[in-house]
Ligand binder design. Structure first.
Ligand code: GDP
Ligand code: MN
Length: 378
């Protein structure tokens, strides 16, 4: 789950990471009123994507009138598909140097990898590609006690001056505490700025959280921004379906995340394009299948639906009953291709047959059939 910069700043503050003053606003007039005490103001689009500076979503202003004018320009902007409906006004900090400080859940190292550079700012992605050596890395292991000496030495590779180093050490420790105690998967401060009078300040923040750990953090879960997900994804979450919108024309209903991934791969392999990832889960009840179909049918891009069930805990008769239930609740005019094997396969198939539907054994065959149904080459 992603959060906005203003939400990340609230967390930075709570964990003791110094930030410049800021207020989130929802109108240009509010932006002007919120920033009257500041001589230089940064006006920033709040959208759930990076690269706002380069997209024109971060502007400096030097008077309340200019703040209002810049805010008017930014409200309503579309940045990488996100419409700006919130703006952050900040007391602009003078910058002597822009550092980058981040940490990421690093599966390869089985730890939390810290990243640090003295070339922070809007070009950090380019830097990572063109000169990866300019980004220092250190992996920390949550089950081990943090070794401050090692951390300080690491920070010293990019941050000079004892006073700055101590500020950075405190900030890095706080960011690490925040990261671990909220089950974050990514936390970044960029720029982590040095001001001419020697202060280290977080001028931008980005934090992502592990979706599967959100149940442990209701206060973090409550920060969720619905615009992160499509309407389909929101409805699917409410119905306890694991669903991700994709761009293609073949709606997919599959039991089990692994089989769902393999199904998407095979559709691609045979030249088709899936419209979604959907895992109806292990112990499927018929209503889940009906819910899944109703979400998929609302997508106008979907031209045919593939149901791929390899019944283990999932019973084929439940799936078949779910399909019949869905046909009572919804009008299904699209071609349905069903592959149904596994637990209670015979019962499932006879339920389908009684309703005039048939099922296939072979997955490759089913996928070729659904691709043919959308007019693609098999
Ligand atoms: P991003 O482009 O989405 O990462 O947005 P940022 O919040 O990082 O802003 C982009 C750039 O604007 C930063 O790299 C800074 O160079 C500049 N910027 C942001 N806040 C301030 C500030 O308080 N003072 C100054 N002088 N520049 C700022
Ligand atoms: Mn940034």
């Amino acid at each position: 789950m992603k959060i906005h910069e203003y939400q990340a700043r609230d967390l930075f503050r709570r964990y003791g990471i110094p930030v410049n003053n800021y207020t989130m606003v929802r109108s240009p007039g509010e932006a002007r009123r919120a920033s009257t005490n500041w001589s230089q103001v940064v006006v920033k689009a709040q959208v759930l994507t990076g690269g706002r500076g380069k997209a024109g979503g971060v502007k400096l202003a030097e008077s309340p009138e200019e703040v209002e004018a810049k805010a008017s320009e930014i409200f309503g902007m579309d940045i990488k598909g996100f419409k700006v409906d919130r703006i952050l006004v900040c007391d602009a900090a003078p910058i002597a140097k822009e550092h980058y400080l981040g940490m990421i859940l690093d599966r390869a190292c089985q730890g939390v990898t810290l990243m640090l550079s003295d070339q922070g700012g809007v070009d950090i992605e380019d830097l990572a590609a063109s000169n990866p050596d300019a980004i220092h890395k250190l992996t920390l292991f949550p089950h081990q006690e943090l070794d401050e000496k090692t951390l300080k030495k690491f920070l010293g590779q990019s941050i000079s001056g004892e006073a700055q180093l101590n500020q950075a050490l405190d900030a890095a420790k706080s960011l690490y505490t925040l990261f671990l105690s909220t089950d974050a998967s990514l936390a970044e401060i960029n720029p982590y700025a040095l001001t001419p009078d020697g202060k280290m300040l977080a001028l931008d923040g980005k934090i992502n959280f592990d979706e599967n750990a959100l149940f442990r953090h209701p206060e973090i879960a409550s920060l969720r921004n619905p615009e992160e997900d499509s309407e389909d994804e929101i409805e699917a979450r409410e119905k306890n379906l694991s669903f991700v919108s994709l761009r293609g024309s073949i709606g997919c209903i599959v039991n089990g995340a692994g089989l769902a991934m393999a199904t998407l791969d095979l559709i691609k392999h045979y030249g088709g394009d899936p419209a979604n990832f959907l895992d109806v889960g292990g112990s499927s009840n018929p209503q889940k299948v009906a819910d899944a179909l109703s979400i998929i049918l609302r997508n106008p891009k979907v031209k045919a639906i593939l149901i791929n069930i390899f019944g283990g805990i999932t019973r084929c008769d439940d799936i078949a009953n779910g399909l019949l239930l869905a046909r009572k609740q919804l009008t299904i005019e699209l071609p349905l291709v069903i592959r149904l094997v596994g637990t209670n396969q015979a019962q499932g198939r006879s339920i389908l047959e009684s309703a005039g539907l048939s099922a296939k054994d072979d997955l490759d065959e089913a996928i070729k059939a659904v691709i043919a149904a959308v007019g693609g080459k098999p």
